[in-house]
Ligand binder design. Sequence first.
Ligand code: FPP
Length: 238
Amino acid sequence: MDGNGRWARLRGLPRIAGHREGVNRVRDIVRAAGELGIKCLTLYAFSCENWKRPKEEVDELMKLLERFLRTQAKEIRKQGLRLRTIGDIAALPEKVRSLLEKTIAESAGNEKGTLVLALNYGSRQEVIAAVRAYALAVREGREDLDALDWDRFSRHLYTGDLPDPDLIIRTSGELRVSNFLLLQGAYAEYCFVQKSWPDFGPADLREAIEAYNARERRFGMTGEQICNGTGQNTRLIS
Ligand code: FPP
């Protein structure tokens, strides 16, 4: 969800005004994704590296997150969504953490879709945490080093029980992935959108998904195999 700061600067507003408008788009996109039948939506809301921003901006982002969780809990229930996080939430302010834990617990049984907030998330940090967890499990006899493969290892990632992303969208025209789901996105389709996040609406989401649907995903196979039905080109919406 990139480009909040530039969106605000273009309008002569403080950066936080861009983040505030960004939260409005979060609400719109969560609703639109539900309507489109998207089963899992992950929003990169705060990276491990974002702590390096000015303290006032970090504090404001935490306040926005707190307010979002207070006001969105009802909507999450209404839409039948299960809330999850990826990232080390232990480092978040206590109020944010407890709201997250409460909403996650309350929504655990919902089955219509999963909303994942990436908070204090970084892919490299996630890999280190997973390696540590796997090594500990080997030491304690719960895992077997010789049996290590992607399937066993990936269960130790924050996304252990979540599907790999089919489509990753980055707004604001930047052509980089900034430490986001680097391993899980190995076969993801990427979509780089010029618009800043506060300008990214439901119609843009639909457009990105339609572009995705028109692509051929080969997963290392040949185009012929895909056409024969050996491979699967998961369509997100019909
Ligand atoms: C990147 O734009 C955006 C962020 C670091 C924060 C994203 C947060 C929100 C949209 C609001 C809080 C989230 C939720 C889920 C309530 P930038 O500030 O780097 O933009 P710039 O590159 O134009 O400066």
